[in-house]
Design a protein around this ligand. Sequence first.
Ligand code: PDD
Length: 278
Amino acid sequence: MSRISYLNGKYVEHNSAMLHIDDRAIQFADSVYEVILFHKNRLIDGVEHWLRLSSSLAKLSMQMPYLATEFNEIAHKLFTLNNIETGSIYIQVTRGVSPRNQLIPKKISQTVIMTVIATTLPQLPDKINKAMIEPDIRWQMCDVKSTGLLIGSLYKQKAVDNGFDDVIMQRNNIITECCFSNLFIVKNNIILTHPTDNFILAGITRATLIKLAAQLSLTTKETKFEYNELINADEVFSTSTTTFVRPIHMIDDSVINHGKNGQITQKLFYAYHEYINK
Ligand code: PDD
C-alpha cells in the first residue's frame, strides 16, 4: 500500500509530495511544527497541541492556516488512508513561498505539510539510558516549536557517537531540557522541572504529567535547578510525545538511582499509559 501525506489541501503519494525551492522554511527555517500521538482513534491532547501550534505561529507573526477542527479532520483522514491505528502525526506550517528576501513578504499563502507514521507505544527501558551534558547554545525563543532544530540534531548525533542516548542542556548553570524532550528530577519525593519560559519548550507531555502527578498526590515544583542537583537526584526522567516518560540512569559518569528505573518515574510512566488508553 502506498503512503499518503497531506500537502496544501491535497492528499498525495508521499514520495511525490514536493516543496518549492523558494519556501521560506528552506531559506530561513521560517516554519513551526507539532508532533501528536494518535491512539484509539483520537489525537492525544490534540486541543493542547493545536493551541501550542497557534502560539508558536503567533510568536512569529503568523496565523493558524486552518481551524483546529479542520486540522483534526485531516489528521483522522490521513490515519485512515494509511491504515494506521497507533501512530504519530507530524504537522509543519511554513510562512510560504517567496524569492529569498530578509524582509517578510506580506501576502503569501502558508505551506501546510502533514505526514503520519505507525508507532508502537514506548516501554520502560531495560537497559541503562545515558545522557551527556552540553551547553544550551540554542536561540532564546525555545518556547517556539521551530523547525530550526540543528543544534538538537547535532547534539543527538554527538550523544550516540560517544556511547550516550541523549543530551541534557545547561544554560548559565541552569539545566534546561533535553534536545528533544523535557527533563524532570526527583529529590526526596518532590518532582522538579524547569519552569515554562523562553528557555524551554512547554511540552504537552510535561503538562499532562504534572496533572497526573497531582492526581497521584505527588508534588511537582516548576523551578530551576543546577548540575549538582541533577547528578545528585534520586531519579531523573525525560518526557515527550514520542518517548512518554523515559528514565535516565546515568549522566556523564554519575549513576542515578543505582542504574535502576525509579519508583516515581515508573508510577508516572504507567499513569501516562493509562491516560492514553482511557
Ligand atoms: N519533540 N523539548 C523539546 C526541545 C522538544 O523538541 C520536545 C518534543 C519536547 C517535548 O514536547 P512534547 O511533550 O509536547 O512532545 C520538549 C518532538 C517530539 C520532536 O521534535 O519530535
